[in-house]
Design a protein around this ligand. Structure first.
Ligand SMILES: [Zn+2]
Length: 94
């Protein structure tokens, strides 16, 4: 299950909002994960140019992710195997 922490501190479930049926959660997040996987492949070419191309592509992906998250007042996406963020944050300094 995918959940998100909102700016308000509320935790909401991220439900699928499309009919493509290939993934869990909202389509924008799925597309971002596809981009991340594609970007990873740039690294397989090896070398400095590959690293640079990867970094450039990741900047674009993360900008887009930020836009999508801000649009929905999401500050964090929570995977089902993750503990709620607020607990971890409060624990800090361990
Ligand atoms: Zn979809």
């Amino acid at each position: 299950m995918l959940r998100a922490e909102l700016e308000s501190g509320m935790i909401v479930e991220l439900v699928q909002d499309c009919t493509c049926g290939l993934h869990q959660g909202p389509h924008w997040l799925h597309m971002n994960e596809i981009d991340r996987n594609l970007n990873q492949r740039l690294l397989s070419n090896g070398g400095r140019h590959a690293t640079y191309a990867f970094a450039q592509a990741e900047v674009e992906r993360l900008k887009q992710l930020e836009v999508e998250m801000q649009r929905r007042q999401i500050i964090r996406v929570i995977r089902s195997d993750e503990a709620p963020a607020s607990r971890r944050a409060e624990g800090g300094g361990e």
